[in-house]
Structure formats: structure tokens, C-alpha cells
Design a protein around this ligand. Structure first.
Ligand SMILES: NC(=O)c1ccc[n+]([C@@H]2O[C@H](COP(=O)([O-])OP(=O)(O)OC[C@H]3O[C@@H](n4cnc5c(N)ncnc54)[C@H](OP(=O)(O)O)[C@@H]3O)[C@@H](O)[C@H]2O)c1
Length: 135
């Protein structure tokens, strides 16, 4: 199991928790900011170069916002696009060929009920989740 998030201390805590549940579990923590395309690329290269057979990919990381679009901070909007759309799509793109070759695998892209209709005060979040649902 490969755990990905930015905060290493929380990854380490989760890793310990999972080890208690199943001591045989082989675990890897990879602190990674999914907004950073170079970091994401390096992570995917590491996955490719490792002997790990990825049978399940869960794209769970997601970011929301609240407030009128006109008042949004661009940094936050950009982060939503990078995490909710770009990273999710890129990880799927990089992992899928190995799954197809192995003729085994599953991908869970976590969307939201917000994907089902335009959402005032969460315009970009709802739009990114509409993308996830459609994808
Ligand atoms: N909560 C809800 O009511 C709700 C409803 C519908 C759908 N969802 C969807 O469910 C998913 C999880 O939501 P949640 O509420 O559990 O979110 P959350 O509590 O904010 O957790 C988000 C997770 O993603 C990681 N993450 C955030 N930004 C990241 C980044 N730049 N790079 C790498 N990892 C990052 C976080 O760890 P770090 O901060 O350490 O990086 C954390 O582990 C999301 O896709 C969300 O849109 C949530």
C-alpha cells in the first residue's frame, strides 16, 4: 500500500495504525504535493521503476472552496484544478497501462454530489467534481 499526502507526520501515524491492524502489510509513505507537476511526475516514475503491482488506485485527495467566484483567490482556484482534475487524471493515465497489461485493476476517483449541478459559492469545486463524474 502506498500512502500519499503532504504531511509526513500524519502519513507516519496512519502507517503505524495500519501496521497494528495488519502487521504483514507492506507500506510506503510518499509525502507529495499533488499540485506540483514535477513531484507528481517523479512519484509516477518511482511507481514505474518499483516492482509494485498497483491493483487499486484511489484518487481521494480533493480540495474545495466557499464564496463567490469573483472573490476567490486564484491560488486556491488553481489548487482545486491541479488536485481535483489534473493530478487525478494524470495518475489514472500513468497507472492504467500497467493494470491493462496485468489484466487486473480498479480505479476509484472520488467525486461528490456537488458534481451533479452547478453550485453557487462553490462554482469551481462543483465544476471540478462534474469533470470527475464525467471522466
Ligand atoms: N467531506 C465531504 O463532505 C465530502 C463530500 C463529497 C466529496 N468529498 C470528496 O472526498 C474526498 C476527500 O474529502 P475529505 O473531506 O476527506 O478531505 P480532507 O479531510 O481535506 O482530506 C484531504 C486529503 O487529501 C490530502 N491532500 C490535500 N491536498 C493535497 C495535496 N496538494 N497533495 C497531496 N495530498 C493532498 C490531505 O492530506 P495533506 O493535507 O497532508 O496533504 C488529506 O489526506 C475529496 O475528493 C472530496 O472532494 C468530500
Amino acid at each position: 500500500m502506498v500512502l500519499v499526502a503532504r504531511r509526513n507526520d500524519r502519513l507516519a501515524a496512519l502507517q503505524s495504525e495500519l501496521k497494528v491492524i495488519n502487521p504483514k502489510l507492506e507500506l510506503f509513505s510518499r509525502p507529495l504535493d499533488l499540485r506540483d507537476k514535477d513531484e507528481l511526475e517523479r512519484f509516477c516514475d518511482w511507481l514505474d521503476e518499483s516492482d509494485l503491482a498497483i491493483d487499486v488506485l484511489i484518487n481521494n485527495a480533493g480540495l474545495g472552496d466557499h464564496g463567490p467566484f469573483v472573490d476567490c483567490e486564484w491560488e486556491r482556484v488553481n489548487s482545486m484544478l491541479q488536485i481535483n482534475v489534473y493530478a487525478l487524471t494524470y495518475l489514472t493515465f500513468r497507472v492504467l497501462p500497467k493494470m491493462r497489461k496485468a489484466r487486473c485493476g480498479a480505479i476509484l476517483n472520488v467525486s461528490s454530489i456537488a458534481s451533479l449541478l452547478p453550485l453557487p459559492n462553490s462554482a469551481v469545486y462543483a465544476a471540478t467534481k462534474a469533470y470527475v463524474t464525467s471522466f
